[in-house]
Design a protein around this ligand. Structure first.
Ligand SMILES: [Mg+2]
Length: 274
């Protein structure tokens, strides 16, 4: 078998957009396991959320959190699992330091999540207790409740960008993060598995959204998984598959097909050499 690595988004890709179910992807996941092809999860979720999902799908590979901000590589120590963390973005502490520095020069009207308790967050933002807890557990993003004008937001954004911080506006909230995306981990992983295999693996990447595009473009095989709520983001890639089925079923069928195709090509190459 050709040396491969599969990298996948979760929501709307391996997990159903509505129910988070992954049962229709089990066949392809079993095939990966049988072929000893690593499945690296790459999501906007946080470290504790990723731990839960990994456990649910019985995955022991490295994984990427918070939209490419950090990669966690598992290792065994004294019978328990520990993680080496490789940071590609900025830690929340770095982001807060830059934010405080900006605050010392300019006053903008906003409430930083890091200054609020779960109860305060629920009261001021209208988020549910779970969502509030989740927002506070982020390690590489600082969300703000923006209360100032959009002109001031543009000014604030420019100051953040100057300090190496991306500002993403989502409704009432503004998210500050480092400039990493889902593709930043790929060079590191190619080298990591390349050492292990003695050969750099080809990467098959699967995703459904705009934030998956850098990862898809940087992969050897790109799979766009069909979403029930939006169009495929427009990308151009020499080995691009767009799934016919939605979510995990599309994930499953396209991956099985691709693995067969790659193996058939390899067999043909061997025949030609002989
Ligand atoms: Mg997604």
């Amino acid at each position: 078998m050709t040396r491969l690595l599969v990298m996948s988004d979760l929501d709307g890709t391996l997990l159903d957009h509505y129910s988070y179910d992954f049962s229709s992807a089990l066949e392809a996941m079993k095939r990966l396991e049988a072929l000893q092809i690593p499945l690296v999860l790459n999501s906007s979720k946080t470290f504790p959320e990723m731990l839960q999902i990994r456990k649910a799908i019985n995955n022991t590979c490295p994984f990427v959190v918070e939209n490419g901000a950090a990669l966690y590589v598992p290792a065994q120590q004294g019978g328990r699992e520990i993680f080496e963390c490789v940071i590609f973005g900025l830690t929340r502490r770095d982001i807060l330091a830059a934010m405080h520095e900006i605050e010392s020069r300019h006053q903008f009207e906003y409430q930083a999540f890091s200054r609020m308790s779960v109860a305060q967050l629920v009261a001021t933002t209208g988020l549910g207790a779970d969502q509030a807890q989740y927002a506070l557990s982020r390690q590489y993003t600082e969300p703000l409740l923006w209360k100032d004008s959009s002109e001031h937001l543009a000014e604030f954004t420019a100051m953040c960008n100057k300090a190496g911080i991306s500002v993403i506006r989502g409704g009432r909230f503004v998210h500050l993060s480092g400039a990493a995306d889902k593709s930043d981990c790929m060079g590191w992983l190619r080298e990591f598995y390349g050492k292990r295999y003695g050969r750099t693996p080809a990467i098959i990447a699967l995703g459904d959204s705009e934030n998956d595009v850098p990862m898809l473009l940087n992969a050897d095989y790109a799979v766009q998984v069909k979403s029930p709520v939006k169009q495929f983001p427009d990308i151009s890639h020499p080995r691009l598959t767009r799934t016919t089925e939605i979510g995990p079923l599309g994930w499953n069928n396209s991956l099985l097909h691709l693995l067969d195709e790659i193996e058939a090509k390899r067999q043909k190459k061997i025949m030609n050499i002989q």
